[in-house]
Design a protein around this ligand. Structure first.
Ligand SMILES: [Zn+2]
Ligand SMILES: [Zn+2]
Length: 281
């Protein structure tokens, strides 16, 4: 099982970090969790172009986690000789968002149909959406996926995924504060991927951009910070903690600072870094 951070950024554009997304490769499947800004480019860098994605799992419908879903769907359609539907698993509300996205893509689909006879003869862009709720389980090939509730209120619903295959397990928590359901989902996982922020650095940002102080305060109460993630990892007994979705963006040379916040709370392996950082279990 290999886990690659295909995007470690956040809603704040960064020159070097794509938006949030993570690739899990196990049991011959390429499972993508969330699809933030630039995900199609990072997937190519990870050796898995859009047509080779087995399924997309969406943790919640915040824009930074789904902004390039349309790029993946279109790229898959125009690069795949045979029509292969994009399979999406997401929280309640995903179908409505996908319907709106498909409406947005209608002109493009018409242009390409008009111009390419082989695309015209096919069924067009196909998407299969499965809306899932906490407690659901499903299979992607031989990989088993378990859906758990997370706490990203007022964003609801928000869900996390535990993927199990070949005797290994990874949890993709998405944006959430610590909660019992997350602890249960993470129990004894080999790898736990958590989106995190740094309240101390956000405090500095507030000083430089006072006009954004109120909005900056708001984001603190519905994300895990680095210490939270480390404590969740310790409580759940995971082997490896992967940190991603750095808010604010972790700058080169700051890695040790971020690590130093986690290590007092979690004695296991901690992985963080630039886009395409990976871990194996
Ligand atoms: Zn979010
Ligand atoms: Zn986010």
């Amino acid at each position: 099982m290999k886990v690659t951070l295909t995007g470690t950024g956040s809603p704040i554009p960064d020159a070097n970090r794509a938006g949030p997304s993570t690739l899990v490769q196990c049991a011959g499947q390429n499972i993508l969790i969330d699809c933030g800004r630039g995900v199609a480019m990072r997937l190519v860098a990870a050796g898995v172009p859009a047509p080779f994605v087995s399924a997309i799992l969406i943790t919640h419908l915040h824009s930074d986690h789904i902004t390039d879903l349309n790029d993946l769907v279109t790229t898959r359609w125009i690069l795949t000789p045979e029509a292969t539907p994009t399979v999406i698993y997401g929280p309640l509300g995903t179908q409505k968002v996908v319907d709106g996205m498909m409406a947005m893509l209608t002109p493009d689909q018409k242009y390409r149909h008009d111009h390419h006879a082989d695309l015209r003869s096919g069924p067009g862009m196909q998407i299969i959406v499965h809306e899932v709720v906490p407690g659901d389980e499903f299979k992607i090939g031989d990989a088993r996926v378990i859906v758990g509730r997370t706490d990203h209120r007022p964003v609801t619903p928000s869900i996390g995924f535990r993927i199990e295959a070949e005797g290994k397990s990874v949890v993709l928590a998405g944006d959430t504060v610590p909660c019992d359901e997350l602890d249960a989902l993470c129990k004894n996982a080999d790898i736990y991927v958590q989106t995190v922020l740094r309240p101390d650095l956000i405090e500095l940002v507030k000083q430089f951009v006072p006009a954004l102080a109120s909005r900056s305060n708001d984001i603190l109460d519905y994300h895990s910070n680095v210490e939270d993630a480390a404590k969740t990892a310790a409580r759940a007994g995971v082997k490896t903690l992967m940190l991603t979705h750095y808010v604010p963006a972790m700058q080169p040379g700051q890695e040790a600072d971020w690590l130093a916040l986690a290590t007092p709370h979690f004695a296991g392996n901690i992985v963080l870094g630039p886009d395409l950082t990976s871990a194996e279990a």
